[in-house]
Design a protein around this ligand. Structure first.
Ligand SMILES: CC(C)(COP(=O)(O)OP(=O)(O)OC[C@H]1O[C@@H](n2cnc3c(N)ncnc32)[C@H](O)[C@@H]1OP(=O)(O)O)[C@@H](O)C(=O)NCCC(=O)NCCS
Length: 170
């Protein structure tokens, strides 16, 4: 992984949630940032959630640099997934962490041979660029999707990558 710190990815644990919710407040002010309870319920539902942490420091929620989460719907052989959230602390953006997090959750979708859906603000050029480079295409427009800002969203979809192996990786 690139970056200005020795970041590593690991599964999101309950101890990371407070930091993730704090980062959400910074990144998504005006667009209903997720509170800690939202992260907890995604973990309860068995979502595939990852954090990027500063690998030079052992433990502690203050060292979370970014996070990403993939929700898995459906059943074996017919999964559909959705990138529910992805964010990197502003001071660490542009260093490769978002790409690493996205690739890690997409690898999970690929294990399940599942398509991936997401919503992104229509004015979020960096995120749209990142998604397009990873095989997402615009499906449609959702007017006023983000609240309370009223910002519009594109729905984007990445088709399933079907290989020889399709397994239940939940
Ligand atoms: C979107 C976000 C997660 C990306 O993470 P990041 O660590 O900043 O991104 P990276 O450094 O990994 O950059 C990866 C890619 O972003 C894309 N990108 C970055 N800035 C871009 C820009 N201005 N225009 C187009 N593409 C851009 C490029 O595809 C880049 O890949 P490249 O380095 O191969 O060219 C991060 O910027 C973020 O947290 N933004 C605020 C929260 C947010 O908008 N989340 C997405 C909600 S849908």
């Amino acid at each position: 992984m690139q970056g200005d710190v020795a970041a590593r990815l690991e599964p999101m644990r309950r101890r990371h949630v407070r930091a993730c919710a704090e980062i959400e407040q910074v990144l998504f002010a005006g667009d209903s940032p997720w509170p800690a309870a939202a992260f907890h319920s995604e973990l309860d539902l068995g979502g595939h959630y990852l954090v990027a942490v500063d690998g030079s420091v052992a433990g502690g929620d203050e060292h979370v640099l970014g996070y990403a989460g993939l929700a898995v719907m459906g059943k074996r052989g017919d999964y559909e997934t959705s990138v529910h959230t992805i964010g990197v602390r502003p001071e660490h953006q542009g260093t490769g962490l978002g790409k690493a997090l996205l690739r890690a959750v997409l690898a999970k979708a690929d294990e399940l041979a599942a398509p991936v859906l997401l919503e992104v603000r229509t004015d979020n050029d960096s995120a749209i660029g990142l998604y397009e480079k990873h095989g997402f295409r615009r499906l449609g427009l959702r007017k006023g999707y983000y609240q309370p800002s009223g910002a519009d969203a594109y729905t984007m979809r990445r088709e399933a990558i079907t290989g020889e192996r399709q397994e239940d990786g939940r």
